[in-house]
Design a protein around this ligand. Structure first.
Ligand code: ADP
Length: 402
């Protein structure tokens, strides 16, 4: 029986990091954030940091003694040892995991059992850089907390409402049947924004909304009535707009050219597209918008200018997919904090009824559209971990009531 005061642990296990957040089970939703942190640099030089909900640093550790955690299992052990100290005997009621791929069928979070784990392992070839790490996180958590429910929450699930036209590539149908289709990602972020807008702005949330999740990874999503209609990311999280280190949309002919005429092998192309493209690759300076904005190097300005150009194009494309636009919502690290980027994206979008109020935009205000503009423009924080915690509580409560 889940009870107020228990905690839900949320784990986001990436390729070289494990992020976590602890939520207290409230008397009434939403879950209350308590602690958050991460172990970065797994396999290289790991560093553990943690803070409380007010942002006060509670822990900082690195290892110079050769005892650094070498893998995800050991890394999760470090996190749980620390948590046991601060949780002071509170019961971990469930653990929610961010899992990048739920395949064509998973349209909602699921309780993990042996069969689900097997199915998620089968999907690993669709997301080889992420899925194995997500699953390693689940396995490690299950080992350390035997009997505690583990819940998988998928980045793809929110987009399962897409029509076939949005989901398919223009390939013979057997490719679609083999799972080669546009899944879309960042779904937990979009779902959080959709739910939160439905609470604060129900009339707007019922309409046509384009959400721009612009962080280190970046994508945009077209929603109607809070449901995903289309998204810029496709088969993998490479497609769509340029990102910190990823290329975004690229003519597939370029890949053929690199592989054949230029003689690059698949591993080199993968490294280029995922790790050495986007803002970092174009500028040769950094993947971080703050560094590029501070730089006098013309390559920094060019990279940002191209990024804004592509984001603007996608806003237009998604507005077309929706047959119009009632609101544009900026979220994630860049979307929430970079006024110059938002201004550049919106600059030529007057034809969609978009106009910004410069002072509100400069202040990262919750609403930045000019008074009287036909289309509202919002800055809305996202919370993927909070969304996972809500899912976990919802699933537990439904299974207790069943
Ligand atoms: P992730 O995809 O890793 O979750 P975030 O959503 O946290 O990424 O976004 C991180 C990015 O947000 C940084 O790399 C940086 O480019 C950008 N960013 C964060 N704060 C600012 C700021 N004040 N001004 C401009 N860009 C910012």
């Amino acid at each position: 029986m889940i009870a107020a005061g228990d905690v839900v642990l949320v784990i986001n296990a990436g390729s070289s990091s494990i992020k976590f957040e602890v939520f207290e089970v409230p008397a009434a939703p939403p879950p209350i954030p308590r602690f958050a942190g991460q172990l970065e640099g797994i396999g290289a030089s790991p560093r553990f940091t943690a803070k409380d909900a007010a942002g006060t640093r509670l822990a900082e550790r690195h290892w110079d003694d050769g005892n650094a955690p070498a893998n995800h299992r050991a890394g999760l052990g470090i996190i749980i040892d620390w948590l046991e100290g601060v949780l002071a005997g509170r019961r971990v009621a469930a653990i929610g995991h961010r899992v990048v791929h739920g395949g064509p069928d998973m349209a909602a979070p699921v309780m993990v059992d042996v069969a689900v784990m097997e199915r998620l392992r089968e999907l690993a070839p669709l997301a080889p850089l992420h899925q194995p790490h997500n699953l390693a996180g689940i396995a490690a958590a299950a080992e350390r907390f035997p009997g505690v429910p583990q819940v998988a929450c998928f980045d793809t699930a929110f987009h399962r409402s897409h029509a076939w036209e949005a989901d398919t590539f223009a390939l013979p149908p057997e490719f679609y049947a083999r799972g080669i289709r546009r899944y879309g990602f960042h779904g937990l972020s979009y779902e959080y924004v959709a739910r939160s807008l439905a609470e604060s702005e129900p009339a707007l949330a019922a309409g046509r909304v384009v959400v721009a999740h612009l962080g280190n990874g970046a994508s945009l999503c077209a929603m109607r009535g809070g449901r995903s209609v289309d998204s810029t990311m496709g088969f993998t999280a490479l497609d769509g707009v340029p990102m910190g280190t990823r290329c975004g949309q690229i003519d597939p002919g370029v890949l053929l050219h690199l592989l054949t005429t230029e003689g690059m092998d698949a591993a080199a192309v993968q490294k280029l597209l995922y790790g050495n493209a986007g803002l970092k690759g174009m500028s040769g300076i950094s993947q971080d918008v703050r560094d590029l904005e501070a730089s006098a190097d013309p390559r920094a300005a060019q990279a940002l200018s191209h990024f804004c150009w592509r984001v603007r194009r996608e806003v237009g494309a998604l507005a077309a997919a929706l047959g119009g636009i009632d609101a544009l919502v900026f979220t994630a690290g860049i979307g929430e904090n970079a006024p110059a980027i938002r201004a550049a994206v919106c600059e030529e979008l007057g034809f969609l009824g978009i106009a910004l109020d410069p002072a509100l935009n400069a202040a990262n205000a919750p609403e930045i559209s000019a008074p009287g503009a036909a289309t509202r423009v919002l800055v809305h924080p996202t919370d993927e971990e909070g969304m996972i915690a809500r899912h976990v509580l919802g699933l537990l409560q439904r299974s207790e009531n069943a």
